[in-house]
Design a protein around this ligand. Sequence first.
Ligand code: SF4
Length: 382
Amino acid sequence: MPLFMRIDAHDDYLEGGLTIEEVIEFCKLAGEAGVDVLDVSRGNIISAATKYEVPPIDIPRGFNIDNAARIRKETGMLTIGVGRINTAELAEQILEEDKVDMVVMGRAQLADSQFCNKAKAGNVEDIDYCVGCDQGCLDGFADENCPQITCLRNPAVGREAECKITRTEKPETVLIAGGGIAGLEAAIILRQRGHKAIICEASDKVGGQFLTAGEAPRKAEMKEAVIAMGKKAERLGADIRLNTPVTKELIAEIKPHTVFNAIGAEPLIPGIPGADLACVVNSHDVLNGKVNVSGNVVVIGGGMVGMEVAEYLAERGCKVTDLEMMKEYCADMGMARKACVMESIALAGIEAVTEVTVTAIKEGKVVGQKDGAEVEYLVITQ
Ligand code: SF4
C-alpha cells in the first residue's frame, strides 16, 4: 500500500519554525522510513500564515508549487503539488514544466463537481472555477448553525444528486431581469433544462456587481469568473439583450411564462448630514472608475468593501484614513481573507481608526465622535 505524507513546505511567519531545508531533511528520513509520496502544502494556524491554510483569492494561483518542486528535486521522491490550483490550464502547465508528479485540487472540485470530467473531455471553458472567496467552504462552515459547506460558485455543492438538472418536457420562456451572476446562473440552468431564457440587462454588459468586485485589489478572478459565465450562457443559447431595462411594455411584448428578478442591490447611503455633498462618492463608482479621487481621502466603513476601496485608493497614490464604528475592521471577513487584507492595509500605510462614529461630513473634513470627544479627519482633494 503506498504511503502518502502531507507536510508543510516550511513554517511561514513562525519564529523558530521549520525552514524548507529542515523539511527536506525530514522528508528524506521519512522516505527511508517508508513514505512513498510527499503531498506538499503550506501554512499553520498559529501565525499570519493561516492565510495559506485555505488560501483565498488574495494569494496567487499555484503559490506553493516552487517549494514542492524544490523538495521533490532534493529528496528525489514522488511529490504532489497543491494550493490555489483552480484551472485545468494551470494544472497542465505545472505538469508540463515537470515541477511535481501530480497536482491535487480540493476546492476546485467543490466549485464544479464535474471539473475532472470536463477537463478530460476537453470542455475546459465550461468549468466553473473556484474563485478563492472562502465564504462557503471555510467561513460559512465555521458557523455552528451551518449544517454543511456551501459554495459561492456551486449552489448545489454536496447536493449534486438532489439538484440533478433534468430536461423539461414543457419548455417555457423565462424573462430574466438583470445579467449579473444570479441572472446568468438562472439562464444557464434554464437552458440546460431546455427552457428559453431571455436576459435583459439594463447596462451595456453582463456581470453586474461581480465586475465591480473584480476591480478590488487582487480580486480580478471575480471579474474573469462572471465574464466566463456570460460566455457560457451565450454558448448555451441564452438570448442576452444589453441596454434593455425590463419594463411593463417589454413584459407585455415577450409574454414570458415567468419573470425572474435578478436586478441586484443598490448601496445603502447612511443618513449622515452632508452625505449629499459633491465631495462624497460611493464605493461602486470608485471601483468602476466612474469618479476620480485623489489627495487625502476618508473612507467611511471598515468592512470588506470599505477596506478594499481604501486599498484601491492607496494603490493609486491617495493618503487614506478609514473610519470604522465597531471595535475591529475587516470584521465581516473570514480568517484567511482578513489576514491578507489586514497585512496589505498595514503595508499600504492606510490609517484604520476603529470605534469612531461619523456624525457629519463637511467641505474638507469628516467629523466624528471617538472616546466621547469630537474628532475631525481632513479631506484634501488634489
Ligand atoms: S466557496 Fe469560494 S473558495 Fe470555497 S470552493 Fe466555492 S468558490 Fe472556492
